[in-house]
Write a protein that binds this ligand. Sequence first.
Ligand code: ARG
Length: 685
Amino acid sequence: MQLLAQIRQRFAPVLKALLTSVESNGTAPSLETLLGMIRPAQNAQFGDYQANFAMPLAKPLGMKPAEIAQQVSATVDLQGLCSEVSVAGPGFINLKLADDFLCQQANRAFGDSTSLPLDQAGLIKVDRLGVSAPNSRENIVVDFSSPNVAKPMHVGHIRSTVIGDSLAKVCRYLGHQVITDNHLGDWGTQFGMIIYGFRNFGNEAAYRAAPVPELSRIYRYVRRLMDCLEKLRDLPKWEQALGTAKERVATCQQELTALEPTSDKAAQKAARKNLADAQLQVSELEELIHKAQQQLRQAAQDESFSRDLVEHAHLHEAVLAETSKLHAGAPENLQLWHEILPHCHDEIDRVYQRLNVEFDHCLGESFYHDRLAPLVALLKRQGLVRESEGAQCVFLDQFDAPMIVQKRDGAFLYATTDLATIQYRVEHWKPNRVLYVVDHRQSEHFDKLFAVAQKMGHEQVQLVHVSFGTVMGNDGKPFKTREGDTVGLEGLIDDAVAKALEVVAKLDEAKDGGPEFTAEQRQAIAETVGVGALKYGDLSQNRTSDYRFDFNQMVALEGNTATYLQYSFARVNGIFSKAETTPEAIRSNQAAIRLTNDAERTLLLALIRFQDALEEVLVDYRPNLLCNYLFELTQEFFRFYNRADCRVVGAEPDVQASRLAMCDLMARTIKTGLALLGIKVVGKM
Ligand code: ARG
């Protein structure tokens, strides 16, 4: 149920009437702005909702805010919705929902167990809980996860995967037609690396025995060679730069010394700043050189690696050549690519399975290869491309650099594929919106892409870059292993599950009647709790900021964690066992919920805000708002649960039934909310 929208709707005619009276001078805020100023109250003391629109209306209406507030609250029709309307302070309108209305809405949600699918195949189903269909049903494409395959998935892939999955689920739950698409990087330079590496450094037997580890070994080996070759190429340049930087330090030092006897403070300050800048440059270069030398020394100790460095000095060019040959359709490269690709799919599918993430489509970059030349031809026909230094470019007013769609050597680019992808999606799926869940470093790419798409005539589809920040380690730097490698996603899942197992075991051991789970049961619970913790740890962060990865915090039983929410769900199950009844039995008693005290009231108010919370998520594509909602709901639940006057089991029969119904609605809301975040619950913990 849309609660906030209902309240706003009641105020709309009154505000509209007020606005007509000032329309001529055009200084009044819009109706939408005013309605947007009706919000849930920050402090329960002031009621359930609060409206502040009287202040910005004061000037245009030539009245005091308090008078406006009085006038509006006297005329607005809140029949059946609110029991109290009052004006406070300089002109705030405070609203209290009617208890009857609260119960009626809670009973509606409680009685609505129509099941809604969260995936296209209909494998994951949740209760509708009174959530209504959207005013306009849209076709929404969600492009997410989209790793570059042939290299292991790492921590960087988790954000796109879980944020995208959750947004797709929320859109679907709210009634939109959703298509998820994993735009795999399955056609890039990494295949040139693998193809070259396979032929030159591959181990046939190892590949036959276990293809994926061997492919990833080859990838890493070629990557390391390329890194070292790059260092060998750059070191002399850096050393030269260091020499220049040191000279600059000496000059700055002299300048400062010369200025010291004078009284020119400003010049001294400037000279000191110059010196500090120069010294910083020196230390940065020294660090760069030191690291590179260390890496090269290490390489020198490995005899065969050193030999390969010499023998494959032109590795970079060779890799590009193999990639071009693949794109040009050279049979030997294409065959190898076809041979390798299924293994790459197996590799990522294993991770997706563990994370319970599925896609409707996995149309990778290779899928669009044949559409690239026609796309560039179309751009030419549309008069959008211009040749510049041999490359085909689309120039855009808002940007200094153009978008290159074909390089001088004929190669197409990431951007070309993305344009072809938009065309394909528009043609086949007719989306109203496409969400690209991709990290913030690609902002400029998407800004340009969207601008070009618009020029091509795709104005009707709303293209959105849902960007996100970096996952940081405890040191506040991008999360890396101790060796400086990116952190593998599979290992991370294992670690999260191991941490969760500790929590599960501790809870189990502390039980009054002694532990109740077998080792297998504990392991199964830990898998759900661990994966949930990992996902929630990410989803509960503001997506645009970087966040620090912290296992202990993620699986904590107290705080804004999946573990806490899962625990509350299990607690409700415990209450039902204690009451020796089942949710099904309570559900057959349709209008069970009624109010006897304020803790129940606060819980119900939180429960009936579920749809509002979900709609908030879609305003700016922020799953963390759903996390916040679920966390607050759970806190309200425990407040209710721990209150002496809210005893569930053992209360008067109809009060017990009502409270059990509240518990059931709470558990189903948590279960559904978590499912929308891609997280499962456990019956017992
Ligand atoms: N494969 C790309 C990468 O890893 C992300 C692709 C995102 N989606 C898109 N349509 N460009 O950087």
